[in-house]
Design a protein around this ligand. Structure first.
Ligand code: UTP
Length: 274
């Protein structure tokens, strides 16, 4: 039912400078795999095979990554190294990738609106590759959310309980629990001050959105930090009772920050992933 996944990947990644000066943040590898490849794998695990990527200047490495490199293939064909490319080749065969550019970085909401041309009029997933998730119970986080969408048929945000002192880094919700781990959202605030935060339930980088969000985003005014915030647009849907928050099963690493990135690297290394 959810057939497309949008990857907003146009941000500057300033927290990783100078590494991100000429390289997209989404191409930073955790062990041998770039963040965005983990994201694409999670989408495939959720039954999604159409990837829509919002890029910006200096992000061409993402397009090259999801394309065949004939020279390289030719070079390692028949050698002991060929298996290194098996996974990425599989993704390229199974999925289609399309791209559009966000010309001005006016925020996540604006990046999602830029992706409208690739999504059209259907519900879709949004995955922020710098939030690296490892789902538990045999299902990726997006897969868990797609299943939930079949029941609720409205926008869904993935949430996590964060320490109180960290709420100002996130979009934070006020909500009532309607089933274990599933909430109906009443209010949401982007990066609130500690004393203004309605809870410590923070939105992380996984969403299912219904396509009316585009119409709302078109008239959403710049909010926190002068950026067009997806949280502000979602609030309009929430006021109509049309946003569910889901406390996902699994672990999430904030790979947009150096600490989270190191934590993810150690975690995946200990698990023997390569
Ligand atoms: P972040 O604020 O975490 O990413 O945006 P950033 O701006 O790249 O990182 P820093 O803070 O400068 O280090 C969350 C997600 O939204 C995307 C980013 O690429 C990231 O995946 N984004 C953000 C856009 O695509 N466009 C924007 O205008 C802003």
């Amino acid at each position: 039912m959810i057939k497309k996944c949008l990857f907003p990947a146009a941000g500057y990644g300033t927290r990783f400078l100078p590494a991100t000066k000429a390289m997209p943040k989404e191409m930073l590898p955790v062990l041998t795999k770039p963040l965005i490849q983990y994201g694409v794998e999670e989408a495939v695990d959720a039954g999604i095979h159409t990837m829509a990527i919002v890029t910006g200047r200096g992000k061409r490495a993402i397009e090259d990554h999801f394309d065949i490199s004939y020279e390289l293939e030719h070079q390692i064909k028949g050698t002991s190294k060929e298996h290194y490319l098996t996974e990425i080749r599989g993704l390229i065969e199974q999925c289609t990738f399309s791209y559009t550019r966000q010309v001005e970085m006016k925020g996540l909401g604006h990046a999602i609106l830029t992706g409208e041309t690739l999504i059209g009029n259907e519900p879709f997933a949004v995955l922020l590759a710098d939030d690296l998730c490892d789902g538990s119970g045999g299902a990726g986080v997006l897969s868990q959310m797609v299943r939930l969408y079949e029941t609720y048929r409205c926008s869904i945000v993935a949430i996590e309980e964060v320490p109180r002192e960290e709420v100002s880094k996130y979009g934070v919700i006020a909500a009532e629990e309607i089933e274990k781990g599933i909430y109906r959202v009443n209010d949401m605030v982007e990066k609130p001050a500690l004393e203004e935060a309605p809870s410590n339930l923070a939105i992380i980088g996984r969403y299912i959105l219904t396509p009316d969000i585009f119409e709302i985003l078109r008239t959403t005014k710049p909010g926190k930090n002068g950026e067009i915030q997806i949280t502000d647009a979602l609030l309009e849907q929430a006021r109509a009772g049309k946003v569910i928050a889901y406390r996902f099963q699994g672990r999430r690493f904030d790979c947009g920050s150096v600490d989270g990135f190191v934590e993810a690297t150690n975690y995946f290394y200990r698990q023997g992933r390569s």
